[in-house]
Structures are given as structure tokens and as C-alpha cells.
Design a protein around this ligand. Structure first.
Ligand code: FE
Length: 359
């Protein structure tokens, strides 16, 4: 019965001005809001579908290739998925505003800090799932089991293969004066930047993290609010090195196997490369909590390979191998210990970015 609540009128939304989920979009954490459904007819207006397994509604800040993944879930389970995409913080605000009336059963983010902030806001449900606790390493789910990582995304140093012989191997090394005027960075407003700086604070302390970020700023970076454009800027010679997520290179190499940018794994003698995560949680007011948990468990198990591969990310299940192109990036040590702490250090990260004049 709880699947029968009338929710937003999807057909009307689709006929309106909203943009459909942009699967090829550059940036999952920064796209415009959009609403669509993976499997149900847009006109149906209720949750009864031919699959007859009920409906799960998802708010997702991660939308890279999710529609085929949700379709596969529906084919496997008979449960339809309706999803809305938006920026992580916007979807959190929406969940808070909707309160008990939210149609969302599941919230997914492209960033660990943002899901932790949702947990602190009391909008996530703690779930008891042996499937999830046995499949997902402890560092990659919350202590209260109110959120779970579904894939890992490493944020690394990238360098031109044509112009750079000796790239930095630490995040601090990015601030070496030799990179003055030849560095590209994502702006301070982006969650990827904030979580990276949060990881510096966790590993090095706030004073040292401030010095490191200041050294980046002193290198007069070119700020580009798109990782894809950052890779292209390195390829084109606008900068020699940059910091970016690895999965964008997976996409670029699919189009051009000779794309002239390489990944440098940072901090391999220490804490490991900064790793962020795609996450999922059952919402505190989920109309269909059973369906919500079924979806998250499926994404962590039967759908894990497809979910990770859809965006060249690293699986959270250590028994699942990364995609072939991703495996080609080589083995690396990841800073998993910081993942749960990124949310708590996010406000300090924002302060460090502001204090150093990072744009
Ligand atoms: Fe991204």
C-alpha cells in the first residue's frame, strides 16, 4: 500500500522544461536538476507497472550511466525505479524540506561528505543488512550503517605525457614553484575540491593543510569547473599538471587510446591517494524502505560490476575486479581511512579554501 501514494506527476514533468538526465554529462555532482524514470511509462502517474514488483524512487547526485543499471535492476527484480538527479546539497535540502512527505526511498551521492551531512541532518535510515555489511568494507560505510559506498573514485595528480618528465607524487608537491602558471584545479565551490582538502586536513592537520593549499594558490592555478575540461587543458598545453578524478580518463581513453595525459598515484609512501565514494542510503521517510534496501543491496552485489564499470570507477567489493581500462591505471594504495571522516572535516576544508584565497 505504501507504494500507492500519489507523487509528483512525472508525465507533466517530462513534458515540461526540465532537462533529462544527461548520462554523458561531465560532472555528476554539479548537474542541473532533472527527473526521469528508468522503467515505468512516463504517463502512468502511479506505481502500478507491468513489472508489478513495486516502485523505488531515487534522488541521485550521481547520474553517470545509471539508467541502464536501474533497468537491469528492474529486469532482475521486477521493481521499477524512478529517479531524480541534482546536485548533492540540493537534493539534501529537498529531502529536509519534504520531510515525512518525501517520495524518495533512496538518496545517492557522488561524494562522501555530502552523504555524511545528510546523516547528520537526520534524513537517513539506519539499516540492518548482512548483505551490505559483508560486501562493503567497514571504512566504506557509515558507523551507524545509515549510508553505504557503492564505488570508489580516486582524485589524483594528472600530468601531460608530452611535456612532463617528473610529475609530483604528493598533493604537497603540486605546490612546488616549478608548476607556477602550469597548474589546473577545480574551483573551491565543488565538493570534489572540498573533500580533497578535507582529506589533507585529516592526514596532515589543519595548519599543514593550509600551507599545502596556499602553495597551490601561490602557483596561480587556472580554475576550471569540469574535470573533463581539466584533462583537455592538460592535453592542449594550458597546464602541465592538474588534480582530477581518474574515471574521466577512462572515458577519454575509450575515445582516444593515445590521449596524452597520465595518472600519477599520489601519497603512495604514506596515506594513499585521496578516494571519494559514490554512496546510497535509505531515506528516513522512505515510502518503500524494503524496495530501497533491495536496490542498494543489488547495486552492491549483482549490479556492482555494472555500476562501477558504467563510470570507470573502482568497485567497493574487493572481490569485484575493475574494468580493463581502469585496471590499466595500475595498482595503488587508497586512503580509505579518511572516507568516513570527510563530512566532519568539510566545514574546516571550506575555511581553509577561503583563507588561502583559493578561487
Ligand atoms: Fe565526476
Amino acid at each position: 500500500m505504501m507504494n500507492k501514494h500519489p507523487r509528483f506527476l512525472l508525465g507533466g514533468v517530462l513534458a515540461g522544461a526540465l532537462v533529462l538526465a544527461a548520462c554523458g554529462s561531465d560532472d555528476d555532482a554539479g548537474s542541473a536538476a532533472s527527473e526521469t524514470t528508468a522503467a515505468a511509462p512516463a504517463e502512468s502517474g502511479d506505481d502500478t507497472t507491468s513489472a508489478d514488483g513495486g516502485m523505488v524512487t531515487v534522488y541521485t547526485g550521481r547520474h553517470y550511466g545509471i539508467e541502464p543499471v536501474f533497468d537491469a535492476f528492474t529486469a532482475d527484480t521486477g521493481i521499477d525505479v524512478r529517479f531524480t538527479t541534482g546536485k548533492d546539497p540540493e537534493l539534501r535540502e529537498r529531502l529536509i524540506a519534504e520531510g515525512a512527505n518525501t517520495p524518495a526511498d533512496v538518496v545517492m551521492t557522488a561524494d562522501a561528505a555530502n552523504i555524511e551531512l545528510s546523516a547528520e541532518a537526520g534524513i537517513l535510515a539506519s539499516v540492518d543488512s548482512a548483505v551490505l555489511t559483508e560486501t562493503i568494507p567497514e571504512e566504506l560505510r557509515s558507523e551507524n550503517n545509515d549510508w553505504f559506498s557503492l564505488s570508489q573514485r580516486a582524485r589524483v595528480i594528472i600530468a601531460s605525457t608530452e611535456r612532463v618528465d617528473d610529475p609530483p607524487t604528493t598533493y604537497a608537491g603540486v605546490g612546488d614553484p616549478q608548476w607556477q602558471g602550469n597548474l589546473c584545479l577545480r574551483p573551491s565551490t565543488h565538493p570534489y575540491t572540498q573533500s580533497l582538502v578535507a582529506s589533507l586536513i585529516i592526514a596532515e592537520g589543519e595548519a599543514r593543510a593550509t600551507e599545502i593549499v596556499q602553495s597551490w594558490v601561490d602557483n596561480d592555478p587556472l580554475y576550471i569547473d569540469s574535470d573533463t575540461d581539466i584533462y583537455q587543458a592538460v592535453a592542449d598545453g594550458e597546464c602541465d599538471i592538474a588534480i582530477a578524478n581518474t574515471y574521466y580518463l577512462g572515458r577519454l581513453l575509450t575515445e582516444d587510446p593515445d590521449f596524452p595525459v597520465e595518472i600519477v598515484w599520489p601519497e603512495q609512501d604514506g596515506r594513499g591517494a585521496h578516494v571519494n565514494v559514490s554512496t546510497a542510503a535509505v531515506t528516513a521517510n522512505a515510502p518503500n524502505p524494503e524496495g530501497a534496501l533491495a536496490l542498494i543491496e543489488w547495486l552492491a552485489t549483482d549490479g556492482q560490476q555494472q555500476f562501477a564499470d558504467a563510470n570507470f570507477e573502482y568497485p567497493v567489493d574487493p572481490n569485484v575486479e575493475p574494468n580493463e581500462i581502469v585496471a590499466g591505471f595500475g595498482e595503488f594504495t587508497a586512503d580509505l581511512a579518511a572516507v568516513r571522516l570527510l563530512g566532519a572535516s568539510q566545514p574546516a576544508a571550506v575555511e581553509v579554501l577561503s583563507a588561502t584565497g583559493y578561487e
